[in-house]
Ligand binder design. Sequence first.
Ligand code: ATP
Length: 615
Amino acid sequence: MDSSKLLKNVYGIDIHFEDLVYQVNTPKRQEKKSVLKGIAGTFKSGELTAIMGPSGAGKSSLMNILTGMTKSGVSGKIEIGKARKLCGYIMQDDHFFPYFTVEETMLMAATLKISNKCVSLKEKRTLIDYLLNSLKLTKTRHTRCSNLSGGQKKRLSIALELIDNPAVLFLDEPTTGLDSSSSFDTIQLLRGLANEGRTIVCTIHQPSTNIYNLFNLIYVLSAGQCTYQGTPQNTVMFLSSVGLECPPYHNPADFLLECVNGDYDDHTEALAECAKDTRWRYDQQLMQGETGEPPSESQVAKFNESQSPGQTQPQVHKIEIQHMESSKDLTRHTFPPTEYMRLWLLIGRCHLQFFRDWTLTYLKLGIHILCAILIGLFFGDSGSNATKQISNVGMIMIHCVYLWYTTIMPGILKYPAEIEIIRKETFNNWYKLRTYYLATIITSTPVHIIFSSVYITIGYWMTEQPVEMDRFVKYLLSAVVVTICADGLGVFLGTVLNPVNGTFVGAVSTCFMLTFSGFLILLNHIPAAMRFIAYISPLRYALENMVISLYGNQREQLICPPTEFYCHFKNAVTVLRQFGMEQGDFGYNILMILAQIALFKMLAYFTLKRKINTN
Ligand SMILES: Nc1ncnc2c1ncn2[C@@H]1O[C@H](COP(=O)(O)OP(=O)(O)OP(=O)(O)O)[C@@H](O)[C@H]1O
């Protein structure tokens, strides 16, 4: 298949909005602030539109409303409707998984967005080659995303969204952080994409004259009002019509911004009134020569008639544009894989990411092994020596806290690091959040099981614990479930709090759970009214379970060294009695930890969803 054909077949979607009002709450709750004050406009297919204006004018707000990212506080009419699913949104900052190369990132996007049933893997590779070539990224195809320059990252973001050929592309400040040459290249690229029939809308700050002239339409916002909507070429004439004369050799874009900024007195109302005249959208020279006046209504009508639909400006290429008659036609030229298929793809991606990040794998495993050996050496024969049983229970406590702490902290930091990538990918319909969340659970759980098992097994055998399979399995199981529980709580905290507060709350909650685990203060020494805290500590359930695994179920007597006159803990049941764990129920304790895992994982999903949906 000709891969370029996949991209050239474009739906022409015009975006029209009227009386668009956006209000936000102010600190004084009774008043609302109007960010957008009843603006109107049309962004046409085949056109590259720039939304400009001073800082705080409402550009990002307008963009977020049109993309559907902001919904509350919005009123008015937006004609884009179901066509939103044919839109791509490229946010200001470019976020990628750092351990994948450009080619791998593209391939993952292609497999997540397009089903193999409609485009084979071979065709996807050809399409990727075509896109990388068109966006001048071929030389970086084997470069990891973290090593790309700002301009390359931006082009990769664009390439990723172009894979499934969106009809509309929104870009928030695509040139921010780029040098003038990269900025020009990026906008020229966007112009090319618009010429193919797409509707491309971006916000931009202070473009150079060259860049300014590449746009088909300039839409200026000032204090929530539209103060110009017309071609770049008509800017000087428009400003002149309200008495603002652009000095010779001055960049019209700069002058326009100076005017709406109020550098030459406040002309906002006059400009807003004049900007209601949509005839500034039409190219003067094209229609009637330089008259200093916008074209008349009849000239506009005549001009429109002479243009085919979707072509309000001269078209550079002849392209296939299919115009939408109704929302029934709203299907992409390609279709996505099922959510089940995406789940498998995401599991694969999570695995690959895990193995690429050596700090998550080799370093963590190495530290687990090292710590287990060190603790084993410290405690020696504490598992069998009747004189060392308080130390042995202390060692179990250390194992619980070690596993808890080393799991909760990465959990807290996991999502804050990935949130922008997930937001971008879920918003652009790469997959559903629940699919991603499930994939991360499916990937991370075996990792926790393996790591905690390695750690516990080393410690168990080095410290001469009873060589009985059922005791070992129960001991290990308790350690594994408490590790998974720590991950659940960590992820939950990470989706509610920022990393600084999350690590603080994580550390404090661990201290409390440790205090009430039943070792530092015995349960029956805690005032009855406070005892309930102990019953919500997963560490208590885990500690009790690990202790009863070792000392319960009629364990035979421990070894009392011949040098000792009396060994108080020779009978294993004495240890249970000492810590008030005689009545401990293994199954109940496991259930309580499992219930907390389910609770944390569920809460974390909803808080993650809320976080993704708030910008
Ligand atoms: N959710 C919100 N709550 C309170 N104020 C908001 C909210 N969203 C936007 N605003 C306010 O609305 C105004 C416009 O914000 P917006 O981010 O759209 O501006 P902008 O034109 O994109 O600015 P910049 O160019 O600096 O990014 C600002 O004063 C901002 O503080």
